[in-house]
Design a protein around this ligand. Structure first.
Ligand code: GLY
Length: 399
């Protein structure tokens, strides 16, 4: 009897979520919008002689521009994997081999990263969004090798004394951050877990360092209320935590929206890969403080302590990352919590899909109103490729 009652409640909550989905967003229609914008971009990228420079990746579009600013695929540019990733997602949605061909050509421009020493932790973003999606959809053996080789390269940044990856070697001296680990780095544990499952002689090592990184981050890179520091600085001799500071947020003690978004996505992924319930429990706290402070439309201010709230810029990229993560996380949480997280994700996607955030004819990106690096004064209130990538990923999770 009790079981029948529970099943009835579960069924009602599932029905209420799917009717909510139907009423509020139409993922297939939104994916068709993405496909249309992608084809407009591809046509813009073609020069007069019909060729595309496949080493130049669409990155951002500032407010007064109508076409992508493209950046060269070099080791210092962290965003270059997202455009090939968007193309792979579009191929997944449309099954159009023309899109697949374009995805392959842009992806190939990143292969050099698997053959050079690590520049920083962004190797994970660069290779897993491009080659990772490419392998998932094609099973090409050469792609698999590039992902595994890159995971081995990323692992060279792991410091066993500290127990985490050195995210930014370049910031060690100028900022006196002897060992720095940024919250974004949580995302790049995924390529380590993947390589640990897919071959190579260092499988156990890759898994162990990913877990060590997650554990140390969980212990030191959050305040008691579960808001996160963008950067944790550690002592390289003792391995001890020295301080938590910001790089892209408003202040050292504020919650930078995209940092918290990376944490939500990252710990959801670590739970998926380890099935250790401590991560599932932890990530719910990280989500709950974010949701508690979130504006009603589901799109965060770029930093939750931005001094000019409610006029502060929003960050659509953080909303897209969180929406995608919550759709996955809700699947691990049967019952009211999972239902709540799914509803919140759908609300975020509904706002992102509305004219307030959609680029439409204005330019060829999907979304407007993201903030890249406010303290540096770069990428403020722009369309940015990683917002589009996670928006499309979230839509595909509903497809
Ligand atoms: N990983 C860099 C950023 O989130 O801006």
């Amino acid at each position: 009897m009790k079981n029948i009652f529970i099943s009835a409640v579960a069924l009602l909550s599932v029905l209420s979520v799917s009717s909510f989905t139907l009423k509020t967003i139409n993922p297939d229609k939104d994916l068709r919008y993405c496909d249309k914008q992608i084809r407009r971009t591809l046509s813009d990228l073609r020069s007069k002689n019909g060729n595309i420079d496949y080493t130049m990746m669409p990155r951002d579009i500032s407010k007064n521009m109508s076409s992508w600013h493209c950046s060269k695929a070099v080791k210092e540019e962290w965003c270059s994997g997202f455009w090939p990733g968007v193309l792979w997602y579009d191929y997944e949605a449309t099954k159009d081999v023309k899109i697949k061909n374009e995805a392959e050509k842009f992806t190939a421009s990143l292969s050099f990263l698997s053959k050079i020493p690590a520049y920083d932790h962004d190797l994970g973003f660069l290779i897993f969004t491009s080659y990772g999606n490419g392998y998932r959809l094609t099973r090409r053996a050469d792609y698999k090798k590039i992902i595994i080789d890159t995971a081995d390269t990323l692992a060279t940044l792991f410091n066993p004394r500290v127990g985490t990856i050195l995210s930014w070697p370049r910031e060690v001296k100028p900022r006196n951050w002897p060992h720095n680990t940024i919250m974004d780095n949580m995302m790049n544990l995924e390529i380590l877990f993947w390589a640990a499952k897919h071959g190579g002689k260092r499988q156990k090592y890759l898994y162990d360092i990913a877990v060590s990184h997650a554990d140390k981050t969980m212990k030191y890179q959050f305040r008691p209320d579960y808001t996160s520091y963008h950067v944790a600085v550690y002592d390289t001799i003792t391995g001890n935590f020295i301080k938590g500071v910001t790089h892209q947020g408003y202040s050292d003690d504020s919650m930078w929206a995209r940092g918290q978004a990376w944490a939500i996505y990252g710990f959801t992924m670590v739970y998926r890969e380890t099935k250790d319930p401590k991560y599932l429990e932890f990530v719910q706290h990280v989500v709950d403080v974010y949701l508690k402070k979130l504006p009603a439309d589901g799109i965060p201010y770029w930093d939750f302590s931005a001094p000019d709230i409610p006029d502060a810029f929003r960050d659509a990229s953080a909303a897209a990352i969180v929406a995608s993560a919550l759709l996955e996380l809700s699947g691990y949480l049967p019952g009211a919590k999972g239902t709540l997280y799914e509803k919140e994700a759908l609300k975020m996607l509904k706002t992102l899909s509305s004219p307030a955030y959609r680029c439409g004819k204005r330019n060829t990106a999907f979304l407007k109103h993201s903030v890249g690096n406010m303290p540096a004064g770069t990428d403020i209130d722009v369309s940015i490729i990683y917002a589009d990538y996670y928006y499309m990923e979230a839509l595909l999770r509903l497809h």
